[in-house]
Design a protein around this ligand. Structure first.
Ligand SMILES: *Cc1c(COP(=O)(O)O)cnc(C)c1O
Length: 389
């Protein structure tokens, strides 16, 4: 199905709501039944019924259909955060005594899940450098049930060879999960490559306006039903209808927003790579990136996030750069309308700061919906403030 059709009409049945162009927000917790037989049937098949909005809700269903189609997946579940999606999908596929393999640097809270939460339930994880397929092979144990991926990640952008990992996992009956928030299914389709579950934090590009926290998981119908019948309902992490409606609204402009960000990213990266105060940049398709070839093959394009290392001698200079910006805000998250920076130094105290550690001088820039000139002019202000400090 064409992207335009998915975004403009798939899943929308206007005749059910007065032919309104925009779907209604079904802000209801429960649904009424006329006969005991109908109610009994709904209990027997909650996944296929409008019974209670912790489970299935009509506004959320429209979103599910569109997101599944975007990912070329059979089915989809939408959660009240990206992390809820990660936790539910991971827990649904592991039992006490199982072993998981995860890449070294996944999203902060995914790391916490594997490193701290799961061991409490008797599940051990081996963290590997996921750039090399041999590391997966070496980490597989007889009880390995899950491989967790994030390609690229959202700070240093390490990639994993997805087709090879998917093939290896299938040979060993291991479920594969990827966090695909960076690319979105528009620019990387993990399900088509053979990955079992594709997750996104919808708080980023799907929402696109920094006003919703939500998460998406796509996969086979059987896999989604398995998660629904257990973790989705037991943890109660469904998305609220209003937030689902905001995501539907965000989706309408997803392709054009990403197209704009791709163009802006190229211009800003070209500016940063030649800047005398920038030691180096991290951007998956840049010639200096160690996995450029894989990035060009596997992702259609790199965009949105770029990390650069300041030639700073001290923490004051890093702080002067960040605080010298007038328009680019300093905040967590990304994927919205507004450009943002996140300095790695925010994770470091003054006494810990080490100018020889390039991590401490790293700035992640998210390029939002402003023009490239507007972003570059503001970066120029930051560099000027840094030189004055
Ligand atoms: C933000 C983010 C998450 C977590 O999503 P929430 O919606 O904030 O829970 C997971 N992975 C990546 C790559 C993210 O950027």
């Amino acid at each position: 199905m064409q992207l335009s059709e998915i975004i403009n009409s798939l899943g929308e049945e206007r005749e059910h709501y007065f032919n309104a162009m925009t779907p209604p927000i079904m802000q209801t917790s429960n649904f009424a039944f006329n006969t005991v037989a109908d109610l009994r049937q709904a209990f027997a098949n909650e996944y296929g019924s409008y019974l209670y909005s912790r489970g299935i809700n009509p506004t959320v269903d429209i979103l599910r259909k569109k997101l599944a189609a975007l990912d070329n997946a059979e089915d989809c579940l939408v959660f009240n955060s990206g992390d809820a999606a990660i936790t539910a999908c991971v827990m649904a596929n592991l039992n006490a005594g199982d072993h998981a393999i995860a890449i070294n640097n996944p999203y902060t809270w995914a790391k916490k899940l594997f490193a701290e939460t799961l061991p409490r339930f008797g599940i051990q994880t081996t963290f590997i450098n996921g750039t090399d397929i041999n590391n997966y092979l070496n980490a597989i144990q007889p009880n390995t049930k899950l491989i967790y991926l994030e390609s690229p990640n959202s700070f240093t952008y390490e990639l994993q060879p997805l087709a090879e990992v998917a093939q290896l996992a299938k040979q060993h009956n291991i479920v594969t999960i990827i966090d695909n928030t960076y690319c979105t299914p528009l620019y990387q389709q993990p399900i088509s490559i053979g990955i079992d579950i594709s997750i996104q934090s919808a708080s980023k590009y799907i929402s696109g306006h920094s006003d919703v926290v939500a998460g998406v998981a796509c996969g086979s119908k059987a896999m989604m039903q398995k998660i629904f019948d257990n973790e989705y309902n037991t943890m109660g992490n469904c998305i609220m209808p209003f937030n689902a409606w905001l995501l539907l609204r965000g989706l309408r402009t997803l392709p054009i927003r990403l197209k704009h960000i791709i163009e802006t990213s190229a211009a800003v990266v070209a500016y940063l790579e030649q800047h005398p105060i920038v030691e180096r940049i991290l951007f998956p398709t840049h010639p200096s990136f160690p996995q450029q070839a894989l990035a060009l093959r596997q992702m259609k394009v790199a965009f949105g996030l770029v990390t650069f290392v300041l030639k700073a001698n001290n923490l004051q200079q890093v702080e002067a750069f960040c605080e010298g910006l007038q328009h680019i805000a300093m905040a967590v998250s990304w994927g919205g309308h507004e450009s943002l920076i996140m300095p790695k130094a925010a994770f470091t105290t003054h006494t810990e700061f080490d100018a020889n550690n390039e991590q401490h001088r790293m700035i992640r820039l998210y390029m939002g919906l402003e023009t490239a000139d507007y972003i570059i002019n503001d970066l120029e202000r930051g560099f000027a403030a840094m030189q004055k400090s």
